[in-house]
Unconditional design. Sequence first.
Length: 299
Amino acid sequence: MVIIALGGWAWTQAAPAQGDIVGFWDQPATGMTLGTALAPLFGFIEDSRERADGPSPVDYLGVPLNEEGRSRALAYDAALLGVPEHVCMRHPSQYSLWGPARLRISAELDANLNTVSYAVGGTFRRADRTIYMDGRSHPPDYAPHTWAGFTTGEWRGNTLVTRTTHLKWGWIRRNGVAASDQSTVTTFYTRNGNVLTVTWIVHDPVYLTEPYIKSVDFITQPVSTARFEVEPADAGDDYFFKCFTSEEVSKPDQHDVPHYLPGRNPFVGEEAKRFGIPVEATLGGAATAYPEYRDRLQR
């Protein structure tokens, strides 16, 4: 009996520590008035521009863009989002946690109460993702790509680490900076009390010269709404989740695709003038992500 008890104790001690990310997670500082335009409606203290109005058109500072990625970003015209094919585009896994999002995380358990998967919903336009925890393999390369992608995860200590593949191309900043359909995302979920910190790394061999790293915080929702059965995307009554394809921008030609030709983007230099920095700093590149870049600008 003692041996059994000691064996059980040893097993318990060896079991890996796991956090609890299940629940309802809100944007920080709800109700505070910060920023301009949409920001007062949401009250974000952290990353308020990304979570509300969005960044300036040509502000790629800190993004490790290569020449192809920069060209793609400079070709972006925001009117593209008014074309019927793009009106209902979800915020993809390369970006979605940085934009408007109130996460709803639930867990599916098996008969032994082991976690089979997590469901993460609540991001803009509902590119809900499933995190498989049962050791299954990722699909073959030719499998379909989606906005959410295919995600597997494992606990490492108190942090859930996930890997997402099979993504469509999508934004990594809401001003035209894109990640290709060859990109993958590594995400870390760590809970500290009532704060959930999510850090993700975008790996993209097509548009980036090195991994792009971002993090964001969520707080537990003060008032619980114990409802995990949510309606599918585009079926609810929430403005951010519901979408109807429509013609939002009047175009002279039926097949017109809003864009800027090389050298024609009118917003180049606007952000640089606003902050009194060189134009090159706003065009991104790996060097602009490091503190030493400030010294280089002062030479």
